[in-house]
Design a binder for this molecule. Structure first.
Ligand code: ATP
Ligand code: MG
Length: 353
């Protein structure tokens, strides 16, 4: 069934024109009538330059598209129509074939609104939403792939079995990646409770030593005077595990991780956009690895930044997200003798909601 696009064309919110090979105006939509303050009848069949003037940016963009450019976008152009100023707009032209060009104007006020709606909060939310959706959509076919690989394996010789093992391993890796991306979507607002950070550090330490950090020596220097922090134990555990894992991965056998805590009631920080915040609880995780290069250092907290062959680059961005959700912060110092991550957290206060 063929769809009639005429109503769609007329309803498009951006002033749009179809320009013929001879630069005559062939079609005009409703938004264009409003923007130019002229009726369709007054414009159709006339030369574009009659309205835009010779040598205007709009005409230029149309000619570029006619000359073979697929699509041209000019930003913040002062558009005049029939000698009258009509406002600032982004001007886009798209080649349609046979010398015809679609000319669209994106008036600044609309463009500004769209920019604002893409401000980082919304973007973060939509990334989280997309992550959750994608995770959901990937999981089922993935289960199918590894299930099929397992079935295949039983009927194959040892050489081909290696290949089915590879399929299963890689499917597991994709599954793990999906879980970690999904974690961004799941976090939501943190439910805080009084948390003893030494318990959390102990738990993370034991989990690390039994698994990925079995080749590492640990040192602990705890400050016993630390009061409980306001936090979510599971998420703080995740923060520590991610940092310990990075430290362990940065060192060969014999490396040392020093876990240190301190209580500094005097420490007040001015965080961007917030009042001065008191973050007196300090946790430091220090390794004896070879450090982080200066080039990488600026981006380590960005998602998908990794120097590891099989790294997702999500570990540290999750750390910084969780710390921000806690009203705390994380920073990093590095040299060729090792790297130290420092976590700063608020104190639990009874009257908190
Ligand atoms: N303690 C550290 N010593 C040296 N480099 C580090 C350390 N911590 C982080 N990095 C660097 O920062 C990068 C980003 O770390 P992040 O934890 O976000 O991702 P990843 O460890 O590469 O992947 P994933 O955590 O998903 O396994 C790492 O690839 C590594 O290059
Ligand atoms: Mg990591």
């Amino acid at each position: 069934m063929k769809r009639d696009f005429e109503p769609v064309w007329l309803a498009l919110p951006f002033p749009s024109f179809v320009i013929g090979a001879d630069s005559g105006i062939l079609e005009v939509n409703d938004a264009a009538e409003g923007f130019c303050m002229l009726s369709r009848k007054q414009m159709r069949g006339k030369a574009l330059e009659k309205f835009t003037g010779i040598g205007s940016a709009v005409l230029d963009a149309v000619m570029q598209a006619q000359g073979g450019m697929r699509s041209v976008m000019l930003h913040d152009i002062e558009v005049a129509w029939g000698g009258q100023k009509r406002g600032i707009a982004n001007v886009q032209t798209t080649r349609l074939g046979q010398g015809e060009v679609l000319l669209t104007l994106h008036p600044r006020s609309i463009a500004d609104k769209m920019d604002r709606s893409l401000s980082h909060r919304h973007a973060a939310r939509s990334v989280a939403g997309m992550a959750a959706m994608l995770a959901h959509e990937i999981r089922n076919p993935l289960a199918g792939i590894s299930g099929a690989a397992q079935l295949l394996r039983s009927g194959l010789g040892p050489e081909d079995q290696e290949l089915t093992e590879l399929i299963e391993e890689e499917a597991t890796r994709i599954g793990n990646l999906v879980n970690r991306v999904e974690a961004f979507g799941e976090l939501g607002p943190v439910v805080v409770e009084p948390v003893n950070i030494h318990d959390i550090i102990d738990r993370a330490h034991r989990a690390a030593a039994a698994g990925f950090a079995s080749h590492i020596r640990f040192k602990q220097r705890f400050d016993p005077s630390i009061p409980p922090t306001a936090g979510n134990a599971d998420q703080l555990m995740q923060v520590l595990i991610n940092l310990l894992k990075n430290a362990a991965e940065a060192m060969p056998k014999g490396g040392v991780i020093t876990l240190k805590t301190a209580f500094r009631p005097g420490v007040k920080l001015s965080l961007p956009g917030k009042r001065r915040q008191s973050l007196p609880i300090e946790i430091s995780i220090k390794d004896t690895g070879s450090g982080i290069s200066q080039a990488l250092m600026a981006d380590i907290f960005e998602p998908f930044v990794s120097s590891k062959a099989s790294g997702t680059g999500l570990g540290l961005s999750l750390v910084s997200k969780i710390m921000a959700d806690h009203g705390g912060m994380v920073d990093c110092k590095t040299s060729e003798n090792g790297t130290e991550f420092r976590l700063l957290l608020p104190v639990w206060k009874q009257e908190r909601p």
